[in-house]
Design a protein around this ligand. Structure first.
Ligand code: TXA
Ligand code: MG
Length: 341
């Protein structure tokens, strides 16, 4: 890292100039978005995009999302959206929403990992928006974390693992949403959710009347299997410590307590409401938030997962699950990946 800029309150003009120059010179920037932090580089530059893959240790076949500032820029990077895609773009951009479109050739093959499509997202976070708008450079940015680890939603969580990989770090405080954007691909007129996020199935249905969840969201994909979104193949969000998920239901607390009896060195990631009934030392209870406030759980989710490895004697993390509905489904998709072995 050459520069650290604190832009929690505002972006400074001279620092903005440094950021834009760095982008133009194929440098990498660790920056906030409304969902999670990203490792950002010039999406037109093969050199910059290769650096992003290297920084994360990311598999070569997992494409990057291209971030744009407005619809004029969308036209530059992707082919014209069809009617259904158009409706989704109008409804959810700017925001935590990524749409898969056919790419134009200005976007290098490294970004798309050789696919003919790219994921396009128009973030509504003021910092990344201003950088894209002022530089007129679309930004390729995956979530800021080493490949396989939980995404970063606060700089404290990721600065150690990424500071040597980037030129500039921009501190924008904690991310508002906390889980990554909803990734959607329209196939035969039907929006298919490849990765659930803050924009839910229900939200999409309201706009175009139909929506489908990809079959692989909760499935472990075996090696060599064909999937719509390469990201589904890889282990994700995983602390080093082994994690188990206790599904939502009447017996949830009892099941957590049974597991605790068998595993005295376990810690628990649980809900505020269940805390007093879960028989674990309060120092080994990591609060996910209230089950009645899914936005709050989403915002703290990755920080909570990262806390697990900080407990010295904990050899198992027992995690309380949620109903797979609305934002709960998106949270559960991360938690179940964290619990894959
Ligand atoms: O909220 C977000 O989307 C964050 C912030 C930084 O914008 N970015 C993010 O990027 O989560 P990443 O690289 O961690 O996840 C991108 C996901 C991967 O699962 C990838 O496989 C999928 O999007 N993806 C990207 N391009 C695709 C394409 N052309 N077709 C199918 N899936 C694609
Ligand atoms: Mg990611």
């Amino acid at each position: 890292m050459k520069y650290y800029f604190d832009w929690k309150n505002e972006a400074k003009d001279d620092e903005m100039e440094i950021v834009i120059n760095d982008l133009k010179n194929d440098g990498l920037i660790l920056l906030p978005t409304e969902t999670v932090y990203g490792i950002a580089g010039n999406a037109y530059s093969d050199v910059a995009c290769k650096k992003i893959f290297r920084a994360k240790g990311r598999p070569q076949d997992n494409p990057l999302i291209v971030h744009i500032s407005d619809l004029e820029m969308l036209e530059k990077v992707a082919e014209k959206p069809n009617e259904v895609e158009e409706k989704l773009i109008k409804a959810f951009m700017p925001g935590p929403f990524t749409i898969i479109l056919n790419k134009k050739n200005v976007i290098c093959d490294t970004v798309s990992a050789g696919m003919s499509t790219i994921g396009v997202r128009m973030p509504n976070n003021r910092i990344i928006h201003t950088i894209i708008k002022k530089s007129q450079i679309p930004i390729a940015a995956p979530s800021a974390n080493l490949s396989g680890k939980p995404s970063g939603t606060s700089l404290d969580d990721i600065i150690d693992e990424l500071k040597d990989e980037v030129d500039v770090i921009i501190d924008g405080g904690e991310c508002n949403i906390g889980i990554e954007s909803t990734v959607v691909k329209v196939t035969n007129g039907v929006p298919i959710i490849l990765r659930p996020g803050f924009i839910t199935e229900e939200d999409i249905k309201k706009v175009v009347g139909k929506v489908k969840l990809d079959d692989n969201i909760f499935k472990t994909v075996s090696y060599g299997e064909q999937v719509e979104s390469p990201g589904m193949k890889y282990r994700h969000y995983a602390p080093k410590t082994k994690c188990v998920l206790v599904e939502w239901g009447k017996q949830q607390i009892n099941k957590v307590n049974e597991l605790l009896k068998k595993n005295p060195n376990a810690c628990v990631l649980g809900f505020e409401e269940d805390r007093e009934y879960i028989e674990v030392d309060s120092r080994k209870f990591i609060l996910l938030g209230s089950k009645n406030n899914l936005e709050q759980i989403s915002k703290k989710l990755f920080t909570s997962l990262r806390k697990i490895d900080k407990y010295d004697n904990c050899n198992l993390a027992i995690i309380e699950g949620l109903p797979k509905q609305g934002l709960g489904l998106s949270i559960m998709s991360r938690l179940s990946r964290a619990c894959e072995n």
